[in-house]
Design a binder for this molecule. Structure first.
Ligand SMILES: *Cc1c(COP(=O)(O)O)cnc(C)c1O
Length: 386
């Protein structure tokens, strides 16, 4: 166990009715694996994001794996993926035997740069490593430039799969990221905006993909009284008890997005005036969910740096974290082709995620902001004795 913090980055928050919901699911006899709470969670989630089909799964990683299999990807295929992300966006590409091609970010959204994607597609055709799919990540709750990416994908006949694990509650021109591509995935891990302690969701408009994903997630069992299998399956379904938790959490989503956006605004008011400090932009097409508030600290302009700030917070029992280390810098993906313009490398070097949980109190938020300001302004002035 790591050292306990007083203020965490993004701790799980209960909405209040989870205990009763789990108890009632237990008493109903529907413990596992499936049951009425799974069906209702899927229907309510599909309704909330505006997708015809939703499949509740054991994790976002499992959901992405099934989305890739559903798109027909396998050994030897190339898949373009955002380099600036969590490793779970890339690992499932390798589970299928396909090869990731890492694409750097644009400055305006921190998400996949459409120009670099097109470079990868052009060079892929020339070199005979034809890309078959794109895993488009909506990082930290900011939707990527979906229209630009989709129109490039259409021109090259490539499938788009959206990793919206961090972007539940965000909007792209008013609609939910995750619902634009062939399939989209969400995560209910403990640190995400809603949680089932662990879980995920696959959404799609494609009825056949949905049916196939459901089958693969239950060991690819064929419809027969005995256990009959013609393809390799997985054990990826969400338990009915956890779906009961998810339903309660989902009802609280709107408030959580507003809370996280308000936390961002408060940080912005405290930190944006400091020299060399900047906050993650909100793209023109986006309603950012502000899953995490992210800042960058320019060492020259500020006279301090990311690690000085992070260690100061650490000493006060406050958890903060460097931005994701891009996948093109990760030893495990050292052999993956990459299209790198240095954008995510610089963000990683200078960027920090601040405590952003929807339950963060105003006093804790002010304490974090004041501590960071003290690095620039010096410690807060003592009150003169009366
Ligand atoms: C959390 C996360 C995932 C994986 O979700 P799990 O439910 O933890 O498996 C995938 N992609 C991104 C960008 C994430 O942040």
């Amino acid at each position: 166990m790591q050292q306990p913090y007083r203020i965490y980055l993004s701790p799980p928050e209960l909405a209040g009715d989870e205990e009763a919901a789990v108890l009632s699911a237990m008493r109903s006899g529907w413990i596992a694996p499936l049951g009425p709470d799974v069906d209702a969670f899927e229907a309510e989630f599909a309704q909330r994001v505006g997708s015809p089909h939703a499949i509740a799964l054991s994790s976002g990683t499992a959901a992405l794996h099934l989305a890739l299999l559903g798109a027909g990807l396998g050994a030897g295929d190339y898949v373009a993926v955002s380099s600036f992300t969590f490793a779970a966006s890339v690992n499932p590409i390798l589970y299928t035997g396909a090869i990731p091609v890492l694409i750097d970010s644009e400055r305006s959204s921190w998400n996949m740069d459409p120009g670099l994607l097109e470079d990868a597609l052009i060079e892929g055709e020339r070199r005979g490593r034809q890309l078959r799919a794109i895993v488009l990540v909506h990082l930290y709750g900011q939707p990527a430039d979906i229209d630009a990416i989709q129109s490039i994908a259409d021109r090259y006949g490539v499938t788009v799969i959206e990793d919206a694990a961090e972007a539940l509650g965000a909007a792209y021109n008013g609609a939910a990221p995750g619902t634009f591509g062939r399939a989209g995935i969400f995560s209910f891990n403990g640190n995400k905006i809603i949680t089932t302690s662990g879980g995920g969701m696959l959404v799609t408009r494609d009825r056949l993909l949905a049916e196939h994903a459901r089958k693969l997630a239950t060991q690819a069992r064929e419809p027969a009284p005995h256990y009959e299998h013609v393809e390799v399956g997985y054990n990826y379904r969400l338990s009915n008890l956890l779906a009961a938790v998810g339903r309660v959490q989902l009802r609280d989503l709107e408030r959580r997005v507003l809370a996280r956006r308000a936390i961002f605004e408060r940080y912005a008011a405290m930190l944006a005036p400091l020299p060399g400090f900047a906050l993650m932009p909100e793209a023109s097409w986006a309603t950012h969910s502000r899953w995490l508030t992210c800042i960058t600290i320019d060492p020259v302009a500020s006279g301090t740096d990311r690690d000085t700030v992070r260690m100061l917070l650490e000493r006060h029992g406050i958890e903060s974290r460097p931005l994701w280390k891009p996948m093109h810098l990760q030893p495990v993906f050292r052999d993956a082709p990459r299209y790198d313009a240095g954008v995510s490398t610089a963000l990683f070097r200078h960027g920090l995620c601040l405590p952003s949980g929807s339950g963060l109190s105003a006093a804790d938020l002010s304490e974090v902001g004041d501590l960071i300001r003290s690095v620039i302004d010096g410690p807060p002035a003592r009150q003169a004795p009366a």
